[in-house]
Design a protein around this ligand. Sequence first.
Ligand SMILES: NC(=O)c1ccc[n+]([C@@H]2O[C@H](COP(=O)([O-])OP(=O)(O)OC[C@H]3O[C@@H](n4cnc5c(N)ncnc54)[C@H](OP(=O)(O)O)[C@@H]3O)[C@@H](O)[C@H]2O)c1
Ligand SMILES: C[C@@H]1O[C@H](OP(=O)(O)OP(=O)(O)OC[C@H]2O[C@@H](n3cnc4c(=O)[nH]c(N)nc43)[C@H](O)[C@@H]2O)[C@@H](O)[C@H](O)[C@@H]1O
Length: 316
Amino acid sequence: MSKQQKIYIAGHRGMVGSAIWRQLTAAGYTNLIGRSSAALDLRNQAAVKAFFDEEQPAVVIDAAARVGGIMANKTFPYQFLMENLQIQNNLIESAHMSDVDKFIFLGSSCIYPKMAPQPLEEAHLLTGPLEPTNEWYAIAKITGVKACEAIRQQFNKDFVSLMPTNLYGESDNFDLETSHVLPAMIRKFHDAKLAGQADVTLWGSGTPLREFLYVDDLAKAVVFALENRLPQHLYNVGTGTDLSIRELAETIQKIVGHTGRIIWDATKPDGTPRKLMDSSLLHEIGWKHEVELTEGIRHTYEWFLANQDKFKQVKL
Ligand SMILES: NC(=O)c1ccc[n+]([C@@H]2O[C@H](COP(=O)([O-])OP(=O)(O)OC[C@H]3O[C@@H](n4cnc5c(N)ncnc54)[C@H](OP(=O)(O)O)[C@@H]3O)[C@@H](O)[C@H]2O)c1
Ligand SMILES: C[C@@H]1O[C@H](OP(=O)(O)OP(=O)(O)OC[C@H]2O[C@@H](n3cnc4c(=O)[nH]c(N)nc43)[C@H](O)[C@@H]2O)[C@@H](O)[C@H](O)[C@@H]1O
């Protein structure tokens, strides 16, 4: 894989896209391109085609999507379905038509059935009903996985899908309404500490279990997939361990230094009870995570403290 080939990172400004840019740069790749959504709205099929005609990338990494936590998904099902279908379908079709040979699609662990056996294996895809709070996003992502599988099978192109578990790290979304749980907890405990150790209200019961992967470890999995022609079309990317939301809260509370009360708001949804993934397929061929949860949370909190003026307010 030439280090000078042109690699297009769709969504390069996001948490995942910026980590992929960081890790590709660290690996010596010198010809990376990206476009903000203001410069290139990936929902616009003609604009995407014109971009591919002009830039002719050799590789495409799709880290662009309408992304959010459980409440954002529950509140905006149409946008999470339609925008993600538009974005990924435009990228996949234009990549296929402009002879891109390497396409890395990013999905999510929510593509698996709500009550599939745990830990979730790639073979569990489409074997049962989805988690209702994010089934629209999941259906979009499943469509992307199947589109890449079809191109791989019918045209023998190296289109591969990676299914990360819940991710966190630098440049995460810390907006309390649209974010995922981990950045939301960092911000809530931090703000409450500054407010004299005020109470912190968290969502649901605290009983669901979640697996968390530090975003730079996911980015290294993307570099691994770029540098190897992987034998399967679909790979889980996780740590193989999970913890309860309550345990996560206690861990973050301690790292942030909050000593007030935690109140659980049962009017908010728990979502799927568990979605631990079996990532052994990828482990067996050479990728494994490096950053453990406590270390990753500490680093993310340090980034949050140093970037409070910059972190995203993602309004949907
Ligand atoms: N975060 C997680 O826990 C998680 C877990 C599993 C999988 N993933 C996957 O990882 C990928 C990125 O997630 P993320 O957490 O990095 O999200 P993010 O921080 O919100 O970044 C998403 C990026 O997509 C771009 N984008 C959105 N709509 C666009 C449009 N219409 N046209 C062009 N660009 C558009 C945004 O560009 P601008 O910044 O220029 O607006 C943004 O940089 C997604 O495919 C997601 O499904 C995320
Ligand atoms: C990776 C993502 O997983 C997402 O599911 P999912 O893990 O439940 O999404 P999260 O929003 O991270 O929620 C995880 C769990 O944390 C609880 N939680 C507790 N306090 C909070 C809080 O202050 N904010 C948030 N956001 N959650 C909180 C929430 O009720 C849920 O049980 C999918 O909706 C996405 O589509 C995507 O797949």
